[in-house]
Design a protein around this ligand. Structure first.
Ligand code: UDP
Length: 420
């Protein structure tokens, strides 16, 4: 691992609802948690000093946790110390920002990197008075959510307006994919202040199976879909496609732990969809699968289905690719960058079960194509999307945001100007 020798940037990561220490798969715990955890770990490996600030959502949490991965997590008191849906957190961002302002009077970070729009609010409250460089990663945009979810969107009504202000106030925006750059441009954010830094995948953990690639089983083909159990993830599209895919099962990971699926509204809805299409005996819902068990689950798939209506980035397709699995994905958002149609998988129009079924059938009928997609996906994930590579790209963005004065500081003269 290359270290950014001597640089030792002090980096504050602000992730109000998504703690890097949380279990994944719940309604509000998914890609952002993984992103913050893995990016912080990779930056710490490069020799940076990383502190993650996240809202305290349990009274028993210690104020600070030193992680094995070398970064610190601070549980910020802002609002009640219990789980709150993220759409109810806005009113506590003032307290969150005040905490950061106080804390940064003694521990001034060189750069503050906010994840999600509400973190951006708290960060700007604290960073602007101290002239700290602010990087914003939105992870999801209110305008996109409103477009697809309409009246089902429970975001605070001011979200879209505030996101524009946050984008304007940030020193730089780190968009996770090219599609987001277009969305930001439509919101009036100049392209010159936006960089694309994708999410990554742990290529040590998500690896292909040891045994040689097997042909698709003649008895029962397996599709796997993974994600938070929310309607926009489009698990129902995969279920509907099963009606045209005999001898195929769909295994769905995500949601509450398995015992709680009965009480989960989306799980119940998906069961009803499966019954409507007469495929209930071929749909298996696992509930929340521990992240450590995810590589084995993905490797067990003949193909991985990612069929959301829209997708700000989508780490699951990358995890599948890193495991050498072909991906069938909706042609939306981050997957337009990560999944190369006809090379690492198939891109299909969103919300179109027939096209999903066609793509799956084509893939299962041609073993060499299926295996070739898996190999190409593995190569692409490993060479382009390792967290070490993503951390390097992130550091480049930080350096572009730092004031020139920092480079003139004799104590910090080792920060190569060329690297900016
Ligand atoms: N995940 C998990 N267990 C689950 C469901 C999801 O570990 O039961 C992980 C999954 O492996 C991935 C993340 O949660 O790392 C989901 O990220 P993605 O970007 O695909 O979706 P998001 O949650 O950001 O919408």
């Amino acid at each position: 691992m290359t270290r950014d020798m001597g640089l030792g940037m002090k980096i504050a990561m602000i992730s109000e609802h998504a703690s890097p220490l949380a279990a994944l798969g719940g309604v509000d715990a998914g890609g952002q948690n993984v992103h913050v955890a893995e990016l912080s770990a990779a930056l710490a490996r490069r020799g940076h000093d990383v502190v993650v600030y996240t809202r305290r959502d349990d009274p028993d949490l210690p104020e600070e946790v030193e992680t094995e991965q070398g970064y610190t997590v601070v549980h910020v008191p802002a609002g009640p110390a219990r789980y709150l849906p993220k759409d109810l957190m806005l009113e506590y961002m003032g307290d969150f920002g005040s905490y950061l302002l106080d804390r940064w009077s003694e521990e001034r970070p060189d750069v503050a990197h906010a994840h999600f729009w509400m973190s951006g609010l708290a960060t700007q409250l604290a960073a602007r008075p101290r002239s700290i460089a602010m990087i914003q990663t939105f992870h999801a945009l209110g305008v996109v959510k409103r477009r697809y979810q309409g009246s089902a969107d429970t975001s605070p009504p001011d979200r879209i307006r505030l996101e524009r202000l946050i984008a304007r106030g940030a020193t730089r925006i780190a968009a996770t994919c090219s599609d987001e750059v277009f969305e930001l441009a439509r919101m009036g954010v100049p392209r010159s202040r936006t960089s694309v830094v994708p999410c990554g995948v742990d290529v040590q953990k998500f690896t292909p199976a040891d045994e040689p690639e097997r042909p698709v089983s003649k008895d029962l083909h397996r599709l796997v879909s993974v994600g938070r159990l929310v309607p926009r993830k489009g698990f129902d599209i995969g279920i509907a496609a099963l009606a045209k895919l005999p001898d195929t099962e769909l295994v769905i990971a995500g949601g509450p732990p398995a015992g709680g699926l009965e009480d989960d509204a989306e799980a119940r809805r998906l069961r009803m969809v499966a019954e409507r299409f007469g495929v209930q005996d071929r749909v298996r819902m696992l509930g929340q699968v521990p992240h450590d068990e995810m590589p084995a689950l993905l490797r067990s798939a003949d193909a991985v289905l990612c069929t959301p209506w829209y997708e700000p980035f989508g780490i699951v397709p990358l995890e599948a690719m890193a495991c050498g699995r072909p991906v069938i994905a909706s042609a939306v958002g981050g997957m337009l960058d990560t999944v190369v149609d006809g090379v690492t998988g198939c891109l299909v129009p969103p919300r179109n079960p027939d096209r999903v079924a066609d793509a799956v059938r084509g893939l299962f009928a041609d073993s060499s194509r299926r295996i070739g997609f898996g190999i190409a996906g593995y190569d692409r994930a490993k060479s382009r999307y390792s967290w070490d590579r993503v951390a390097l790209d992130t550091v480049r963005v930080y350096k572009r945001a730092l004031p020139a004065a920092m480079f003139e500081d004799p104590k910090r003269s080792h920060i190569g100007v060329n690297e900016r």
